[in-house]
Design a protein around this ligand. Sequence first.
Ligand SMILES: Cc1ncc(COP(=O)(O)O)c(C=O)c1O
Length: 413
Amino acid sequence: MRPSDLLSVAETYGAPVYVYDSAKITSQFERLTRAFSSVPSLKLNYAVKALSNLSVLRLMNSLGSGLDTVSIQEVKLGLMAGFKPEDIIFTPNGVSLEEIEEAAALGVKINIDNLSFLEQFGSAHPDIPVCIRINPHVMAGGNNNISVGHIDSKFGISIHQIPHILRIVELTKMKVNGIHMHTGSDILDIDVFLYASEILFDTAKHFKGLDFIDFGSGFKVPYKEGDIETNIEELGQKLSTRFNEFCKSYGRELTLAFEPGKFLVSEAGYFLAKVNVVKQTTSTVFAGVDSGFNHLIRPMFYGSSHEIINISNPEGKERFYSVVGYICETDTFGNNRRIPEISEGDILCFKNAGAYCFTMASNYNSRYRPAEVLWHEGKAILIRKREDFDDLIRNQIDVDDLFKAPSRKPAVK
Ligand SMILES: Cc1ncc(COP(=O)(O)O)c(C=O)c1O
């Protein structure tokens, strides 16, 4: 999207606002599909947690995507957006058995990641096939919060517990239709991915009735020009070859599944916020925006570095700014960034704001969550209204008859 398009969205819908470019989502979906075109059966299950707006889910459905979900609510959103149950996989961690059973009753694919539930679910529902999430014990991912396949991680069933899994399967007579792993987000080195895939192939050999192998996700996207990214084309070529070989030795064609979040939506998203104040201190020039980590928590949560541009003055002379939010705690979007000269009232644009941005937004400091706009075929379409005061108090129960304000005596002079 051009800065002028983004500015026109801010003028029409106000700021702060999230904007998603449908053309970028589509081209990323097509790029990933192309990279694995030599695999006869490929299934991309978009990870809903990255960005769960219904209109974005409808776009994914129109592209032929499936969905990866982690809560019963995400399953329901997917169904509401028109996905067929069989195109949704439920991959929760730490949820109750009742929630898994509720998802199974809706007909979606089930992915189980602990031995206790595998045994209980298999005993109660031996006819409902399940996928098993393996922990390959591989350290991968951009930082500790998003590395989830290592030995100390709470995710998946250890590869060292395969004999135990096999005993449960044999005793319960349950069916295993898939094997899954997800080692983390922001994986730079495709060799790490390929190494973990070999572990998955070794595991898959133990299960005779598989329909698919799910390699999770974790593709690293660039955050600025020249940034490192996962070489999808190279990964596609190498993993497809190995996958096709594996299927031959396995004896039948399986589906290769992925569940990308960031890869599909990160670069398609822009977050626009208005500059409230430019404040010069002895050492720093702060640009304080009409937003904070309540709207975009990733920089404060795990140090993500979102590129920030000034779309009100894109050609201006660059100066150094620290861009901060209005929350009364450290609330820094970026330190000492070179940005075209900023004036109060300018609109700043935070890039890579499609994944894990709106979905992590909160009402902290009793602020409204922003609007969301889809940029589609040259038009801005509002896909979520900005919240208002009614939204803030919607579920509160005001016990106004419980507490009385003391009657105040007039002050004596
Ligand atoms: C099980 C699972 N699959 C897929 C994803 C999506 O990962 P990414 O956004 O890096 O593609 C995640 C992210 O946390 C995940 O936990």
